[in-house]
Design a protein around this ligand. Structure first.
Ligand code: RIB
Ligand code: CA
Length: 312
């Protein structure tokens, strides 16, 4: 089988962790590397957490790279209130034995895109888009050599989660997001409008615990912690499982529905900083730069996710 080559850019984060584990469990994908960015928690912790997640599996040979410690031109905003002070609260995981790679995330992204220019790389982003935008600034030629960017971020009908207008990944680095959406590269966006329809539940979390392997147990412990914030905030039965939708979309796009539309990012206003303005009715007739996903078969998604984690 021809494996799709991907780079995962991430700020783990419990939901990032589940996304990484799904990718590692899926033989349709080849994870060329994991690049870490400051987001949910500072870079030191996201880079540590990514390695902790790998050590829940046999895939400890996947290289991990440290990227940006802060957004391109903003002060870093983190989300310990959601993810806990380690960013991966829930399970007790040992400090990682795997070491970070010597080169940085931006250099790895540039080198890897160039060395895979025939069979193009897909970039899966699970956090703020700082590393990707910095790579485009440093080496603009790579934009034409990337298959697509599949990203968790944004929201429109659902509003925001870090402000009334903005979703966290876009809010943290709106300039980076604007540069990626304006890059001309095909973008698939998995926004809050779809991730808020992928809610955990007691039954869904227990299904992970019942797998009985290290990854399944750790995921159950992560989600037990992670869902509490959203349950309190939204009064829902469970919390939205955001990032695994990026990987699940690559593997089973049939679970999802959406529309090609124009999406732009607000970078000038304080009130609506990081808002993704989605031209759902094509009012502006601007370039339709994003496939915007807004529906999911959530039962199928969770069943598929649990089955795949059982393969680790
Ligand atoms: O808004 C949700 C997104 O922000 C997810 O990627 C979560 O991990 C945080 O990075
Ligand atoms: Ca994330």
């Amino acid at each position: 089988m021809k494996r799709k080559k991907i780079i995962i850019d991430t700020d783990p984060g419990q939901d990032d962790a589940v996304a990484i584990l799904l990718a590692l469990a899926s033989e349709e994908l080849q994870v060329l590397g994991i690049t870490c960015v400051a987001g949910n928690v500072p870079l030191r912790l996201t880079a540590e957490n990514a390695r902790k997640v790998l050590e829940l599996t046999k895939y400890t040979n996947v290289p991990v790279f440290a990227g940006a410690e802060h957004p391109i031109s903003r002060k870093l905003v983190t989300a310990e209130h959601v993810h806990g002070k380690t960013g991966l609260d829930g399970p007790i995981l040992d400090p990682p034995k795997i070491r970070l790679q010597e080169i940085g995330a931006v250099e790895f992204i540039i080198n890897t895109v160039f060395s895979h220019s025939k069979e193009k790389v897909t970039i899966c982003t699970l956090g703020p888009l700082t590393n990707i935008a910095l790579a485009f600034r440093k080496e603009p030629r790579i934009k034409k050599l990337i298959e697509q960017v599949v990203m968790m971020g944004g929201g429109f009908f659902e509003g925001g989660n870090i402000t009334p207008a903005a979703e966290f990944n876009i809010y943290v680095d709106p300039e980076a997001a604007a540069e990626v959406l304006g890059s001309g590269i095909p973008v698939v966006m998995l926004p809050l409008d779809v991730t808020h329809k992928a809610l955990t539940s007691r039954r869904r979390i227990e299904a992970f615990r019942d797998i009985g392997n290290k990854a399944g147990t750790a995921i159950a412990e992560m989600l037990d912690f992670f869902e509490r914030f959203d349950v309190e905030k939204y009064g829902s039965e469970g919390g939205p499982l955001h990032d695994p939708n990026v990987i699940a979309y690559l593997l089973r796009p049939d679970f999802y529905g959406g529309r090609k539309v124009n999406v732009e990012v607000e970078i000038n206003s304080d009130l609506t900083r990081g808002m993704t303005v989605v031209d759902w009715w094509n009012v502006t007739k601007k370039k339709k730069n994003v496939y915007y996903v807004n529906s999911i078969d959530d039962d199928e998604f969770f069943k598929f996710l649990t089955d795949r984690i059982g393969l680790l």
